[in-house]
Design a protein around this ligand. Sequence first.
Ligand code: 5GP
Length: 112
Amino acid sequence: MTVFRKIIDREIPADIVYEDEYCLAFRDVNPQAPTHILLIPKQEISSLAGITGDDHSLMGHLLLKAAEVARSQGLEENGYRVVINVGSDGGQEVYHLHLHVLGGRAMTWPPG
Ligand code: 5GP
Protein backbone atom coordinates (compact mmCIF):
# COMPACT_ATOMS: atom_id res chain seq x y z
CA MET A 1 0.00 0.00 0.00
CA THR A 2 1.38 3.45 -0.88
CA VAL A 3 1.24 6.59 1.18
CA PHE A 4 -1.28 8.00 -1.31
CA ARG A 5 -3.75 5.19 -0.58
CA LYS A 6 -3.43 6.11 3.09
CA ILE A 7 -4.21 9.73 2.22
CA ILE A 8 -7.28 8.66 0.21
CA ASP A 9 -8.42 6.54 3.17
CA ARG A 10 -7.73 9.39 5.63
CA GLU A 11 -5.26 7.24 7.52
CA ILE A 12 -2.70 10.02 7.27
CA PRO A 13 -3.50 13.73 6.98
CA ALA A 14 -3.07 15.87 3.88
CA ASP A 15 -4.01 19.39 2.89
CA ILE A 16 -6.77 18.45 0.45
CA VAL A 17 -7.78 21.10 -2.11
CA TYR A 18 -10.19 19.07 -4.28
CA GLU A 19 -12.00 15.74 -4.17
CA ASP A 20 -14.61 13.94 -6.23
CA GLU A 21 -15.69 10.37 -6.87
CA TYR A 22 -12.65 9.64 -9.04
CA CYS A 23 -9.75 11.72 -7.76
CA LEU A 24 -8.16 13.62 -4.92
CA ALA A 25 -5.89 16.68 -5.00
CA PHE A 26 -3.69 17.73 -2.08
CA ARG A 27 -0.61 19.83 -1.41
CA ASP A 28 2.78 18.14 -1.77
CA VAL A 29 4.46 17.75 1.62
CA ASN A 30 7.80 18.84 0.07
CA PRO A 31 6.79 21.59 -2.38
CA GLN A 32 9.08 22.35 -5.33
CA ALA A 33 7.24 25.59 -6.19
CA PRO A 34 5.09 28.10 -4.27
CA THR A 35 2.08 26.04 -5.35
CA HIS A 36 2.67 22.30 -5.66
CA ILE A 37 -0.37 20.07 -5.74
CA LEU A 38 -0.60 16.34 -6.38
CA LEU A 39 -3.66 15.03 -8.21
CA ILE A 40 -4.27 11.30 -7.91
CA PRO A 41 -6.91 8.86 -9.08
CA LYS A 42 -8.68 6.99 -6.28
CA GLN A 43 -8.34 3.88 -8.39
CA GLU A 44 -5.01 2.20 -7.81
CA ILE A 45 -2.85 2.57 -10.92
CA SER A 46 0.86 2.28 -10.22
CA SER A 47 2.12 4.63 -12.93
CA LEU A 48 1.37 6.12 -16.32
CA ALA A 49 3.07 3.05 -17.74
CA GLY A 50 0.32 0.94 -16.18
CA ILE A 51 -2.70 2.55 -17.84
CA THR A 52 -4.86 0.67 -20.33
CA GLY A 53 -7.67 1.54 -22.72
CA ASP A 54 -10.06 1.04 -19.78
CA ASP A 55 -8.56 4.16 -18.18
CA HIS A 56 -9.43 6.40 -21.14
CA SER A 57 -12.09 8.49 -19.43
CA LEU A 58 -10.29 8.53 -16.05
CA MET A 59 -7.17 9.99 -17.68
CA GLY A 60 -9.24 12.65 -19.41
CA HIS A 61 -10.90 13.43 -16.09
CA LEU A 62 -7.52 13.86 -14.39
CA LEU A 63 -6.31 16.34 -17.01
CA LEU A 64 -9.53 18.34 -16.80
CA LYS A 65 -9.24 18.44 -13.01
CA ALA A 66 -5.55 19.40 -13.15
CA ALA A 67 -6.56 22.47 -15.18
CA GLU A 68 -9.43 23.23 -12.79
CA VAL A 69 -7.23 22.91 -9.72
CA ALA A 70 -4.63 25.19 -11.32
CA ARG A 71 -7.37 27.74 -12.08
CA SER A 72 -8.73 27.57 -8.53
CA GLN A 73 -5.21 28.17 -7.19
CA GLY A 74 -4.85 31.32 -9.32
CA LEU A 75 -2.19 29.84 -11.61
CA GLU A 76 -3.94 30.33 -14.92
CA GLU A 77 -2.84 33.88 -15.66
CA ASN A 78 0.91 33.28 -15.41
CA GLY A 79 0.86 29.61 -16.32
CA TYR A 80 1.99 26.48 -14.59
CA ARG A 81 3.45 23.05 -15.24
CA VAL A 82 1.84 19.60 -15.05
CA VAL A 83 4.30 16.74 -14.60
CA ILE A 84 3.97 12.97 -14.43
CA ASN A 85 7.14 11.16 -13.37
CA VAL A 86 7.26 7.60 -14.70
CA GLY A 87 9.53 4.89 -13.33
CA SER A 88 13.07 5.19 -12.04
CA ASP A 89 14.52 7.32 -14.85
CA GLY A 90 11.43 9.52 -14.64
CA GLY A 91 12.10 10.14 -10.95
CA GLN A 92 8.95 8.44 -9.69
CA GLU A 93 9.06 7.76 -5.95
CA VAL A 94 5.47 6.87 -5.13
CA TYR A 95 3.97 4.09 -7.24
CA HIS A 96 0.42 5.41 -7.30
CA LEU A 97 -0.17 7.47 -10.45
CA HIS A 98 -0.08 11.21 -9.75
CA LEU A 99 0.05 14.49 -11.63
CA HIS A 100 2.16 17.27 -10.16
CA VAL A 101 0.61 20.73 -10.66
CA LEU A 102 3.37 23.28 -10.10
CA GLY A 103 3.13 27.05 -10.27
CA GLY A 104 3.84 30.38 -8.68
CA ARG A 105 7.30 30.75 -10.22
CA ALA A 106 8.81 30.55 -13.71
CA MET A 107 9.86 27.00 -14.55
CA THR A 108 13.04 26.14 -16.40
CA TRP A 109 13.61 23.80 -19.30
CA PRO A 110 15.05 21.22 -19.67
CA PRO A 111 13.93 19.70 -16.38
CA GLY A 112 16.64 18.27 -14.13
P1 5GP B 1 7.16 11.36 -7.51
O1 5GP B 1 8.63 11.57 -7.27
O2 5GP B 1 6.73 9.95 -7.22
O3 5GP B 1 6.68 11.87 -8.84
O4 5GP B 1 6.42 12.31 -6.48
C1 5GP B 1 6.01 11.90 -5.22
C2 5GP B 1 5.66 13.16 -4.46
O5 5GP B 1 4.92 12.80 -3.32
C3 5GP B 1 6.89 13.95 -3.96
O6 5GP B 1 6.85 15.25 -4.51
C4 5GP B 1 6.73 13.93 -2.45
O7 5GP B 1 7.12 15.16 -1.86
C5 5GP B 1 5.24 13.66 -2.28
N1 5GP B 1 4.92 12.97 -1.03
C6 5GP B 1 5.51 11.84 -0.57
N2 5GP B 1 4.93 11.46 0.59
C7 5GP B 1 3.95 12.38 0.84
C8 5GP B 1 3.00 12.52 1.90
O8 5GP B 1 2.94 11.73 2.86
N3 5GP B 1 2.14 13.57 1.83
C9 5GP B 1 2.17 14.46 0.78
N4 5GP B 1 1.28 15.45 0.81
N5 5GP B 1 3.05 14.35 -0.24
C10 5GP B 1 3.93 13.33 -0.20
